[in-house]
Design a protein around this ligand. Structure first.
Ligand SMILES: Cc1ncc(COP(=O)(O)O)c(C=O)c1O
Length: 411
């Protein structure tokens, strides 16, 4: 029987009275199809969650990334709970601060040091400041359509942001080394840093992998011009490669930002850097009320150990490949032109013969109403908790959803 969402709708009504937008930010239901997605969950385990109306979903959003090992992972949760009994925010930090920094340095290819915060935006802002402190320059290059958080300089929002907030931001298309080289020449000795995601994962558009030679060219331009190369690995980090996404693409950044998936859902983020950046990083004053909390650090230690033990990136890749191949094959069998872009661990889905996403929205709606949580506007995420059986069930649901798309659109 198709799902209904009476309790979700009722709760959303209550929410709108006391919370602007009801549910804010990227969890806001504005991008979902009205009446076909749940708004509130009751609980989650492994690759599944259950909404407050009792409907069950195989989830391909993983809380927009953090759930790399799956929801409510026993080992990570136990590590968090055990440490929380010893205190959460404490005056001097616990020794886990050092243990975790050592683990980050041992794990991530480009890291000679690590520092911790709470959100991805903390670390992307921090990285900019460290880069500016390095050569006392102001300008930062970002990619068009990239996302580094909601802070005013990142420009993902237009309300309440002034031109001054973005005065020193220069933009280039992602993946265009020639455009980067040109902007560097035009702003000689003024650019402090360049911040990019390891591959392009914009919203409402296909993901784009780097061309061969792109990253070595970018590294060379940055080296020749003393520009700090910053990789925002907040979203991709550890799904592609436990040594960091830059390692997967064969280069070393000067700074890299991590957040989602460090502690499988517990709030902690990290910035790592090389020796060159150590001095500037140590001069910058940056801190936060909860940045030294030890339970999140214990969770991160357990999460990194488990990601390595089970080869989480390998499992995500295998399941993502099974999903991608299955979706394309089934869509083709229905005479539909369906595309899946990005690495299989973070697929973006789209019908090739449309720009208005109407087919994608119908497809995702049919999947949601039958227990598969897909997104049409944003890349999705695989986890190490998704099993082959889960993917098979998902493909059965997708088969029926493609049929509905075919009936309604004809191709
Ligand atoms: C690539 C990237 N950078 C930065 C951020 C900001 O992270 P946060 O929302 O934790 O501040 C995100 C969040 O989705 C992201 O995907």
């Amino acid at each position: 029987m198709a799902y209904t969402f009476n309790k979700s709708k009722e709760m959303f009504k209550r929410a709108t009275k006391v919370i602007p937008q009801g549910i804010y930010g990227h969890f806001n239901p504005a991008t979902t199809i009205p009446g076909s997605y749940p708004y509130f969950i009751s609980h989650a385990k492994g690759p599944r969650f259950w909404d407050i109306d009792g409907n069950e979903y195989i989830d391909y959003v993983c809380a927009y990334g953090p759930m790399l090992l799956g929801y409510a992972h026993d080992k990570v949760d136990e590590a968090f709970a055990k440490q929380a009994k010893k205190g959460t925010s404490t005056t001097p930090p616990s020794t886990l601060l050092v243990d975790l920094a050592e683990k980050m340095v041992d794990t991530i290819d480009c890291a000679d040091w690590a520092m911790f915060a709470k959100n991805g935006a903390d670390t992307t802002s921090w990285a900019m400041v460290i880069a500016r402190g390095y050569k006392k320059r102001n300008k930062i290059v970002l990619a068009e359509g990239g996302y580094h958080g909601t802070q005013p300089w990142a420009g993902s929002n237009h309300v309440g942001i002034t031109p001054t907030d973005r005065k020193d931001i220069l933009m280039v298309p992602w993946g265009d080394a020639a455009a980067f080289e040109k902007i560097v020449a035009e702003n000689k000795d003024q650019i402090a840093g360049a911040m990019f995601t390891p591959y392009h994962h914009p919203v409402f558009a296909h993901s784009k992998l780097p061309d061969p030679g792109f990253w070595s060219k970018m590294r060379k331009i940055c080296d020749e011009n003393d520009i700090v190369l910053i990789i925002d690995d907040v979203r991709v980090g550890w799904r592609l490669d436990i040594k960091g996404s830059a390692h997967a693409f064969g280069f070393k950044p000067d700074l890299a930002c991590y957040c989602k998936a460090i502690a499988n859902g517990y709030p902690i983020s990290a910035i790592v850097g090389n020796e060159k950046m150590r001095l500037s990083a140590s001069k910058v004053f940056h801190t936060g009320s909860y940045w030294n909390n030890s339970p999140e650090m214990a969770a991160a230690m357990a999460c990194i150990d488990e990601m390595k033990a089970v080869d989480a990136a390998g499992i995500c890749n295998a399941r993502g490949t099974q999903l991608k191949n299955g979706l394309i094959q089934i869509a083709t069998s229905h005479g539909l032109q369906f595309e899946v872009s990005g690495p299989p661990v973070m697929p973006f889905i789209k019908f090739a013969n449309e720009d208005n996403f109407k087919r994608s929205q119908l497809f995702c709606k049919e999947c949601s109403l039958n227990g598969v949580y897909f997104l049409w506007h944003h890349n999705m995420f695989l986890s190490a908790a998704h099993t082959e059986e889960d993917i098979k069930k998902t493909l059965d649901v997708a088969d029926a959803a493609f049929k509905v798309v075919k009936q309604q659109f004809g191709g």
